[in-house]
Design a protein around this ligand. Structure first.
Ligand SMILES: [Zn+2]
Length: 184
């Protein structure tokens, strides 16, 4: 993804949060869904499927999320990712089921072999949107400042504290800080 596209996606995520009056941590996803006129529906999709975005003929959008996932943070990222497909107008399919490999293209290359380059690009874009939605740059940086003095930035639990503040996994927070060039 180009830096220009990343910037566009960051702006769209911010706009989405502002419009929903949800620009605070942790981001209230049901509130964002309501503002986007999306129905959120919990469902047991089994072990493989994390969620699914569905569009009906009348244009109504529903996001089914797997309510049996092992952690809440995985579920939140899955919902935000599906919202990304919606906001970024990835509308080729009426149903877009998600599997874990879609969130970590670098780990899931073999699983994604059957996907076209444009499909993979869309997964990356949805991930970028989800990261920007759940971890808005300004709010994350303020959260870091609140959690620690600069002298304590190497404290092992700082990442955990900020991730907890956003209700995302520490891995996601680390990736986000790297994307924001906030690590080094
Ligand atoms: Zn996806």
């Amino acid at each position: 993804m180009t830096r220009k596209r990343q910037t566009q996606i960051e702006a769209l995520a911010s706009k989405t949060l502002m419009h929903a009056q949800a620009y605070q941590l942790p981001v209230n996803l049901p509130k964002v869904a309501k503002s986007l006129d999306i129905d959120l529906i919990g469902f047991d999709f089994g072990d493989e499927i994390t969620g699914c975005m569905l569009r009906s003929d009348d244009g109504r959008v529903r996001i089914g999320y797997n309510d049996q996932l092992p952690t809440r943070t995985v579920g939140r990222f899955a919902i935000a990712h599906s919202m990304g497909h919606h906001v970024l107008e990835h509308f080729e399919y009426m149903a877009r089921p998600e599997v874990s490999a879609n969130y970590y293209t670098i780990f899931g290359i073999s699983a994604l072999d059957h996907k076209s380059r444009s499909e993979m690009e869309q997964e990356r874009e949805a991930n970028a949107f989800a990261a920007a939605l759940l971890m808005p740059a300004d709010l994350v940086l303020v959260a870091i400042q609140k959690c620690a003095n600069p002298a304590d930035y190497l404290r092992a639990d700082l990442l955990l504290s900020v991730a907890d503040r956003c209700q995302v996994s520490p891995q996601l927070m680390a990736l986000r800080l790297s994307t924001l060039c906030a690590l080094w």
